[in-house]
Design a protein around this ligand. Structure first.
Ligand code: DGY
Length: 327
């Protein structure tokens, strides 16, 4: 029997490629930039499996070109770039990489929170620009992290890992989530709040929710108005959870104190974007899970998911298990 064919949209760690090459014919987009749309549409024509990143939009058009496709695997926990219902209707399995990146992403989120509160990047730019002429009592004075109130929106695995870090800084932990998490309340002392109360009470509002129709533009003018003038917004989820124009106005007019952003509505964010011109914004290029070890684990997990799906074994981390019951 002919080996199944796979297309991988980015160079991934060698061990993950080898794992797939053991069973399949593998083709890789070798360039270090997202695969152009027209190339993707052409490459998917006769493949059985597709291995993608958060940078590819997998929608009806792609699927219309991919009549043989049986499984898609994304090297990420979030899959809002993929039209899951369209995949499911066609009986195509989707797998992802939950869990393995939670601690690494929580580390980065906490680092972003601290960098924003203590003006680390702004202070570094100031020094490098030769502006540091004398020690001064209030130079680059920021907000305290220890003992402050953190409000976590989205208490999933990453939220929990972040809450654990916050306990080390004696922070009061509030959270808002679709479902109450009694075990997290008990173990980490987190207190549940309504969405509005969390915004009003928190010194740090941290977004860790997946992007869904309900969370798109979750933070807009109304929500920013509810936050304290000394508060900081941290977004480590998806850019589209925040209305960026409203955020820009709130930061400009000091309705909130600062923002730390790892994700943006358009990625990469254009260099001349208004948000990037503000001193009270710390911006990162979507690197939440980017440690060497974790990216390798994610690459392997996504490869195993695709392999299992194509070999007819149930993948461990299926997004749409209902597909199995359609067969
Ligand atoms: C994810 O896993 O969803 C991240 O945003 C990409 O690493």
């Amino acid at each position: 029997m002919d080996k199944a064919k796979i297309f991988i949209t980015r160079k991934i760690p060698e061990e993950a490629i080898q794992l797939l090459e053991n069973d399949f014919v593998v083709k890789i987009w070798e360039e270090d930039r997202p695969v152009p749309r027209e190339v993707l549409l052409d490459e998917v024509k006769d493949i059985d499996g597709l291995y993608v990143m958060v940078s590819e939009k997998i929608d009806q058009e792609v699927l219309d070109h991919a009549s043989n496709l049986k499984a898609v695997s994304i090297m990420a926990v979030g899959y809002d770039n993929i039209d899951v219902s369209c995949l499911t209707k066609r009986g195509i399995i989707l797998t992802h990489t939950p869990g393995v990146l939670s601690d690494t992403t929580a580390d980065l989120t906490f680092a972003l929170l601290m960098a924003t509160a203590r003006r680390i990047t702004e202070a570094n730019r100031y020094l490098l620009a030769g502006k540091w002429t004398s020690w001064s009592p209030m130079l680059m004075a920021g907000q305290d992290v220890y003992g402050a109130t953190i409000g976590i929106i989205g208490m999933g695995r990453i939220g929990e890992a972040l809450a654990k870090r916050a306990t080390g800084f004696d922070m009061k932990i509030l959270y808002h989530n679709r479902n109450r998490r009694p075990e997290v309340e008990e173990r980490l002392g987190a207190e549940y709040r309504s969405f509005d109360d969390l915004l009003k009470e928190s010194d740090f509002v941290v977004l860790l929710t997946p992007l869904t129709p309900e969370t798109r533009n979750l933070i807009g003018e109304r929500e920013l108005d509810l936050m304290k003038p000394t508060s900081i917004l941290i977004n480590a989820s998806r850019g589209a959870t925040v209305d960026e124009e409203a955020l820009y106005q709130a930061l400009l007019n000091k309705k909130i104190w600062a923002a730390g952003l790892d994700v943006f509505q358009q990625e990469p964010i254009p260099k001349d974007h208004p948000l990037l011109q503000l001193d009270n914004v710390v911006a990162l290029p979507h690197i939440g899970s980017a440690s060497i070890a974790t990216r390798k684990k994610m690459a392997m997990m996504a490869a195993e998911g695709l392999r299992d799906a194509l070999l007819g074994n149930r993948p461990k981390h299926m997004v749409n298990p209902e597909v199995l019951f359609q067969l």
